[in-house]
Write a protein that binds this ligand. Structure first.
Ligand code: PMP
Length: 397
């Protein structure tokens, strides 16, 4: 059965990581991998997570199965985190939330759910979008099309073109929107733009599908959820997938949620039964540890406060690095205007370099980034920022 198999080409990011590890240059910088890194270059376990884990270690007295929808305490507290207390109360039984194996698990589960109820449905995703959206949604059978989003030359959102394409989307279509901190471009919709999208979604009937992978890494927990909450108040049906990988630093614990909003309690109950059956058929039930940690943190005032503070530090560090990089490039009198980096949000931005310039950064300076020139801002720190700014200034000169 396996004799004729051929290997797939390696993932470019994995190749980049391997080249970075093998590089002996003491000044090497990794701006490729999409995980948060602190000033020392490590991806830390948050203190609130450690505290919750030690509580769990002493109090958890069973590892018996939980069930396909996961922990109720996680689902309830994550719904309030995503939608806010007031809106969660307002949505009532129109909203159901499921614990999923990370954001990826939530995206796939949602795609399988749509495929089950309306096979081959069209989903419009931003151009560009996170590369993994394509297999996560497309392999379930959804038909993926794109809407214009980011202008790489002007470093701004192609909003008029985006709206012109979305104007042709209707009740049989889904539109994937990044909740905040767009991956890969870092450019988020303004409040006015979210309002225009919400009005159009309501008028034309397309279903907003929000991917919220960086909640709290942009401007704040409430600020980052503005768009999705506005949509949830405006439209009758929508889907939200949230990840706890970045904002809780729980990457490998595979912790996330899928929320579905329908027009009635009855429809939500029906949707919940379908989603539970799909989860059963794929992985039976989600892993528990990360979700137990998140529930423990969100339900305890002290841990919650500690987590809020730690997340604020992450957010402030990223935003400070964005400003510092812009200042450092200005100080080197580069001809290009890099001020867009300061306006963009979250871990990622495109530097706007050509593939040849990226290759020079990698080979001549040991600055590792993907060909699109997307950088992980969190890979910058006080010790490498001058070296990085010099390298970029030399490459664009
Ligand atoms: N959506 C986007 C846009 C992401 O960047 C990521 C993580 N890189 C995810 C979803 C899913 O993350 P995870 O499965 O680790 O929670």
């Amino acid at each position: 059965m396996f004799d004729q198999l051929s290997s797939l080409p390696p993932d470019p990011i994995l190749g980049l990581m391997a080249a970075y590890r093998a590089d002996s240059n003491p000044n090497k910088i990794d701006l490729g991998v999409g995980v948060y890194k602190d000033e020392t270059g490590t991806t830390p376990v948050m203190k609130a997570v450690k505290a919750a884990e030690s509580r769990l270690l002493s109090t958890q007295n069973s590892k018996a199965y939980v069930g396909p929808v996961g922990l109720d305490t996680f689902n309830d507290s994550v719904a309030e985190l995503v939608f806010g207390k007031e809106l969660t109360r307002k949505l009532g039984a129109r909203r159901v939330t499921f614990q999923t194996p990370g954001g990826c698990g939530g995206l796939r589960l949602a795609a399988e759910f749509i495929q089950r109820i309306k096979p081959g449905s069209r989903i419009l995703v931003s151009d560009p979008t996170w590369a993994n959206h394509v297999p996560l949604l497309g392999d379930a059978g959804l038909e993926i099309e794109t809407y214009p989003y980011y202008d790489r030359g002007c470093h701004s959102i192609r909003f008029d073109e985006m709206m012109a394409v979305l104007a042709n989307a209707g009740p049989n279509d889904l539109v994937l929107l990044h909740g905040c901190c767009h991956n890969p471009c870092g450019a988020d919709l303004t409040t006015e733009q979210w309002q225009a999208v919400a009005t159009l979604a309501d008028k034309n009937g397309f279903i907003p599908f929000i991917d919220l992978a960086y909640h709290g890494l942009g401007d704040g927990l409430d600020e980052d959820a503005y768009g999705l909450r506005l949509l949830a108040e405006t439209v009758p049906e929508m889907i939200v997938v949230n990840s706890c990988s970045k904002n809780f630093g729980l990457y490998r614990e595979r912790t996330g949620g899928l929320s579905i909003i329908t027009t009635s309690e009855q429809s939500s109950r029906a949707a919940a039964s379908q989603v539970a059956a799909i989860a059963r058929g794929i992985y039976s039930m989600p892993p528990d540890h990360g979700a137990s940690v998140v529930a423990e943190i969100l339900q305890d005032d002290t841990l919650r406060q500690q987590w809020d503070n730690e997340l604020r530090e992450v957010r402030q560090r990223i935003n400070a690095l964005r400003s510092q990089l812009v200042t450092a490039l200005k100080a080197r009198q580069v001809a290009e205007d890099f001020s867009f980096i300061e306006r963009e949000k979250g871990m990622f931005s495109f530097l706007g370099l050509s593939v040849a310039q990226v290759q020079t950064l990698v080979t001549d300076y040991s600055v590792y980034l993907v060909d699109s020139s997307r950088i992980n801002v969190a890979g910058i720190n006080n010790s490498n920022i001058d070296y990085l700014a010099d390298a970029i200034a030399n490459v664009v000169a």
